[in-house]
Design a protein around this ligand. Structure first.
Ligand SMILES: [Zn+2]
Length: 342
């Protein structure tokens, strides 16, 4: 199956009332883990790459690994998404390379750190929407700022100081024409989100309900949505790691979001932890091992199990065969004739 637009995958998710995990990758084993999990659960897939991942893989390796995946797993609808594009030029280079979806994060300036004004955000996001829709490619925008820095991207702000304003969200979607909106509800990127199990005061799920009420047909995106499971922290620390105790976003809160318009859920940290825990365990128990496959295989397996679990929990399992891919050229025609609306 060719790569498909994220708009189609999220429209189908909205119809079916489920969410779709968006998993970050930067190497072959992570891509294989995601696709094996998708095959076993019959799930559509969103694979995303940050700017850091694109530079780590020199773009070309990432692109060809993804093409290999579509050949090996022809039954899986898959989106290749640019995570946190920092400007129209980054989004354009992704589209030119074959990404079928881009995030224009105009909530921050081009340095990827400084919170931007609303007008700046509208301007750059609209510019990307025009360029992307012309080629049938999906656009995700962001309003509000998450806390935490990951892969060199993010504002190191108090996560509660920049929550998405539900009324401003309406204006933002109307003026930009985006397909999906990333919302800030108190979460942060990376492993260190909350110092105790989050309550409604720090993880403001109510915001999602308000935004969804205002924008019932806009697909909402939760960033920073790793759950940072205790058992993965324990494995890492048991085998020589030094992670401080931390709390992520509980899966039941994500499921509550899915009931209120959340269609894309970004997960990265949990997968990193699953792989690292597996590698630490193997190398501690077998100090004689030196073939990279001895630890990459269990690492890949650990990530596969975690991705599988999330696919089932988010509800995307079983939906891979629901639809035929709409070619990007046809998506472009639909945007042009306003058959697809924000
Ligand atoms: Zn993010």
């Amino acid at each position: 199956m060719p790569l498909v637009s994220m708009r189609q995958v999220l429209d189908e998710a909205a119809k079916g009332g489920y969410g779709v995990g968006a998993f970050n990758v930067n190497n072959m084993e992570q891509i294989q883990a995601i696709f094996e999990a998708a095959r076993e659960t019959k799930s559509p897939v969103i694979v995303q790459a940050s700017r850091g991942a694109r530079s780590y893989t020199n773009d070309r390796f990432l692109y060809h690994l993804m093409i290999a995946a579509t050949e090996v797993y022809p039954e899986i609808p898959v989106v290749l998404h640019q995570d946190h594009g920092n400007g129209p030029a980054t989004c354009k280079s992704a589209i030119d390379m074959g990404f079928t979806s881009v995030m224009m994060d105009g909530s921050l300036m081009e340095d990827g750190k400084t919170p931007a004004s609303f007008e700046y955000n509208v301007k750059v996001t609209r510019e990307v929407v025009e360029m992307a829709h012309d080629r049938g490619v999906t656009v995700e925008g962001e309003l509000g700022c998450l806390g935490g820095i990951e892969d060199g991207h993010g504002a190191d702000v108090d996560a509660l100081a920049h929550l998405t304003d539900p009324d401003q969200a309406v204006e933002f979607v109307e003026r930009t024409g985006i397909d999906a909106l990333a919302v800030a509800i108190g979460t942060s990127h990376g492993a260190y989100k909350f110092s105790k199990k989050p309550t409604g005061e720090v993880l403001v799920m109510e915001r999602i309900e308000q935004i969804h009420k205002n924008l019932p047909s806009t697909h909402l995106v939760m960033h920073g949505s790793s759950s940072v499971p205790q058992d993965l922290q324990d494995v890492i620390n048991k085998y020589g790691g030094k992670m401080k105790q931390t709390y992520g976003v509980p899966v039941e809160e994500i499921q509550r979001g899915i009931k209120h318009g959340v269609r894309k859920i970004n997960v990265d940290t949990d997968n990193r932890m699953a792989m690292t825990g597996a590698i630490r365990k193997i190398l501690t128990e077998h100090p004689d091992a030196f073939d990279p496959r001895d630890y990459m295989k269990p690492a890949r397996e650990a990530m596969k199990q975690l991705v599988k679990q999330r696919m089932i929990e988010f509800g995307q399992a079983g939906h891979a065969g629901d639809y035929e891919p709409i070619p990007l050229a046809e998506m472009a025609r639909r945007y042009k004739e306003s058959l697809v609306t924000a």
